[in-house]
Every structure is written in structure tokens, then in C-alpha cells.
Design a protein around this ligand. Structure first.
Ligand SMILES: Cc1cc2nc3c(=O)[nH]c(=O)nc-3n(C[C@H](O)[C@H](O)[C@H](O)COP(=O)(O)OP(=O)(O)OC[C@H]3O[C@@H](n4cnc5c(N)ncnc54)[C@H](O)[C@@H]3O)c2cc1C
Length: 380
């Protein structure tokens, strides 16, 4: 019998992981990616716990370690750059690794490229399914029919819009926007993220690997005409949100004005009652985004592996495979999703009093880890 064909939309983290494991299970994966090549956004992401185990099974542990950043701690500074708190970030030589999303996507692409078909610079614009398969139309390429379609195309998933409904039904703005851009200049410390807060806003300089990265995170109600692809709107938002801020913010805003690689988007939580609709299923951020708070890349890798495992177990019954994937993976996702508001409160306190409490707390316990453990314990 001919191998089953699967279209995977999105070559980020979940897509290539899924392609790798489906090919090993005897499927024929095709990955379509909107970008002309692998994306260059270099935000640091994490490979932890269940994802580290998946990477080990893929024989990628060494490659991931080689690409790791050297970050070991997060330092909070005040208006004058003086240290007011510090949090240890490393797991003390354990399996957790931080690396840039670009490096992670490249490693996963390399691992899967031989056994999957990759189509760059195209995207799905139409999905019609019947009992036997899915007819897909593309922006550029000719229409094709697949046995299954998987949306791993991130927060603003096109597959989700086409097969499940409009974005506004599933994407919840968490009251925070995040922007990143390459840092122009030498980073202060190779092993330390430096973060400055004033009420409702934070700026961090992350050393990353070759070039540092600046991240702006600020509380803001949903902007009614927000467009995640409109760089001029993003620059105006940052100017307004950071007016009057101290530390190195004026200098960083200068860099924003001339930046041609600025990313800005809403910190959002994606929640759907079901991740499957017939022969179409979602994975990674498209199904369950937690944005920068809560192990999104780990969830993307672990979820893709679980989905492939279940499809391998019952290739003739994808609906039951989707149900088992969802039942298993939601156990990992749900606590992380509940954790998002608390993590946001810790990193971007809304008031001066909140900042003082947070900074004092960092002297007692590793804050972010503690926040996560607390949230997990509550949800257990
Ligand atoms: C600023 C920031 C900081 C973060 N920090 C962390 C962190 O510290 N730790 C952590 O674990 N996670 C972090 N995350 C989250 C992490 O990056 C995501 O959870 C993870 O990348 C999700 O993987 P994914 O494959 O589902 O989606 P993505 O990595 O977003 O990949 C989606 C892919 O689909 C492509 N695509 C989009 N639309 C289409 C379309 N219509 N057709 C075809 N292709 C399409 C995109 O170009 C992209 O390549 C952060 C996220 C952000 C934004």
C-alpha cells in the first residue's frame, strides 16, 4: 500500500520535528513554509525535559549543546544600572538547554530534510476535505491532495483559520506586547541577561551567541488595528510605551528607529476546544501558544513527537490518533497555559510596589522557576 501523505504547514520548531518522526513511521511528509528560507528571528528558546528526551532519541543532543547560549542568570537593574535582584537560570548541568530559535529550527530542519519534501516561499490558501483526503490549494504551487494536513504555522496559523475559524475565536491577548531586535554593540555580560523594569514595562539585553538581542516587554491593552507585520506601527508603539524610561532605554530606542529586523507581536494564549477537525490537526503554537512565558518550544517538540507516535500506532484511524495525541499533550500544555499571567506579573510588574516585592523575592529563591513550580503544583 502507498505511504500516507501528510502536509505540514510551517517549518519552525514543531513542523520539522513532526516531519522527522512521521518519515520514520513510514509516512510521506511535505513541509510548506511561507518564508523564502529558514526564518532569521533569533529569540532564545528552551529545550527542556520531554523535549530534551525527544532530541536525544533523534541523536541531536550534542548539536543542541554546541548551539547553546552561555546564559546562567538574569540580573535586574534600576534606572542607573545598579543591580536590584538576580535569578539563577541554569539547571546546574542538567539536560535543559537555551539556544536561539534560528539554531533550533536549523538543527531540526537538517535532521528531517533528507526524508521530507520541503517547499519554501509558499503557503496554504484553501483546504477542502472529504472522507478520503484533503484537497489543498497553495498561494504559488499547484493544488495537491494529501491524506492528512497538520498546521504547525504558529500563533497566526493559516491552517487554523481555514479549518477551524477566525483567529479572534482562539487567540487571547494577555495584556502584554513583546518586541525583539538584534542588539547593536557589545553585550554587557556573556553569561547574564540584564533586565530593566519600570512599572508596566521591561527591557532586557540578552547576550545570545554572536550578537546580543534586545527584548522589550510592555503591558498594553489590545491595540484595535494591530498588525503583526506593520513595522512602522511597531516603532510608534515602542516610542509611546517607553517614553521617559531610564537605564539605556533612550539609546535602545535610537536603535529601534533604524532597525530593519524588528519583531513585535502580542503575547497571546491560543486555546481551542479541539485540535483536530476531520483530517486536519494542529500542533505547536498554532494549537496552544504560550508565547514567551512557558516553554513554547519544548511543548512544540514534545507535542509533535506525541502526534507522530499516535499516528504511527493507528495509521488507518487518524481520528483516534488525534484524540490520543490531544489527551496526552494537553496534560503538558494546560499547566503552562495557566502559568502565563503569573509569569507576566513576575517579569513585568505593573507597579513600583510590585517591582520592589519581585526584586526582594529574587534574593530568596530562583524566581521564575519558583513561579513555574508553584503554578504546576496548583494545577496538579
Ligand atoms: C519573543 C519570543 C520569545 C520567546 N522565548 C521563548 C523562550 O524563552 N522559551 C521557549 O521555550 N519559547 C519561547 N518562545 C516561544 C517559542 O518561540 C515558540 O513557542 C515556538 O517557536 C513554537 O514553535 P512552532 O513550530 O509551533 O511555531 P514557530 O516557531 O512560530 O514556527 C511557525 C512557522 O510557520 C511559518 N508560517 C507562518 N504562517 C505560515 C503560513 N501561512 N504558511 C506556511 N508557513 C507559515 C513561520 O514562518 C514559521 O517558520 C518565545 C517566543 C517569542 C515570540
Amino acid at each position: 500500500m502507498a505511504a500516507k501523505t501528510v502536509l505540514i504547514s510551517g517549518a519552525g520548531v514543531a513542523g520539522p520535528t513532526l516531519a522527522y518522526w512521521l518519515a520514520r513511521a513510514g509516512y510521506r511528509p511535505t513541509v510548506v513554509e511561507r518564508a523564502a528560507g529558514l526564518r532569521s528571528s533569533g529569540s532564545p528558546v528552551d529545550v527542556r525535559g520531554p523535549a530534551a528526551e525527544v532530541m536525544r532519541k533523534m541523536g541531536l543532543t550534542e548539536r543542541v549543546r554546541e548551539a547553546a547560549t552561555e546564559v546562567a542568570s538574569l540580573r535586574f537593574v534600576n534606572d542607573r544600572g545598579k543591580r536590584v535582584g538576580r535569578v539563577a537560570m541554569s539547571d546546574g548541568g542538567g539536560t535543559d538547554v537555551e539556544l536561539t530559535r534560528t539554531d533550533l529550527a536549523r538543527i531540526l530542519y537538517d535532521a528531517s530534510a533528507e526524508d521530507a519534501e520541503y517547499v519554501f516561499h509558499d503557503s496554504v490558501i484553501g483546504i477542502e476535505q472529504d472522507a478520503g483526503g484533503v484537497d489543498v490549494t497553495f498561494d504559488r504551487g499547484a493544488p495537491r491532495r494529501f491524506d492528512l494536513v497538520v498546521g504547525t504555522d504558529g500563533l497566526h496559523s493559516g491552517v487554523r483559520r481555514l479549518a477551524f475559524g477566525p483567529e479572534r475565536e482562539f487567540v487571547e491577548h494577555m495584556g502584554v506586547y513583546v518586541a525583539t531586535m538584534p542588539f547593536d554593540g557589545p553585550v554587557p555580560h556573556r553569561s547574564e541577561i540584564v533586565m530593566y523594569n519600570s512599572p508596566g514595562r521591561a527591557v532586557a539585553v540578552h547576550p545570545s551567541r554572536e550578537h546580543g538581542i534586545v527584548a522589550f516587554m510592555f503591558r498594553h491593552a489590545a491595540v484595535p488595528d494591530f498588525d503583526y507585520r506593520n513595522a512602522e506601527q511597531h516603532k510608534r508603539l515602542l516610542e509611546t510605551a517607553y517614553a521617559g524610561a531610564g537605564w539605556r532605554v533612550p539609546e535602545l530606542l535610537e536603535q529601534v528607529r533604524t532597525a530593519d529586523d524588528l519583531y513585535l507581536d502580542s503575547v497571546s494564549r491560543v486555546r481551542l476546544p479541539s485540535w483536530a477537525s476531520g483530517r486536519v490537526v494542529l500542533a505547536g503554537d498554532a494549537a496552544s501558544c504560550v508565547s514567551l512565558f512557558g516553554d513554547g518550544s519544548t511543548l512544540a517538540i514534545a507535542g509533535a513527537h506525541t502526534l507522530a507516535t499516535e499516528l504511527a500506532a493507528t495509521p488507518e484511524d487518524p481520528a483516534s490518533a488525534f484524540r490520543r495525541y490531544e489527551a496526552t499533550h494537553r496534560k503538558l500544555v494546560n499547566p503552562r497555559q495557566r502559568n502565563v499571567p503569573m509569569a507576566a506579573a513576575m517579569l513585568i510588574p505593573a507597579t513600583r510596589a510590585g517591582m520592589a516585592v519581585r526584586n526582594f523575592g529574587t534574593r530568596l529563591v530562583p524566581l521564575v522557576n519558583a513561579a513555574q513550580k508553584l503554578a504546576l503544583a496548583k494545577s496538579a
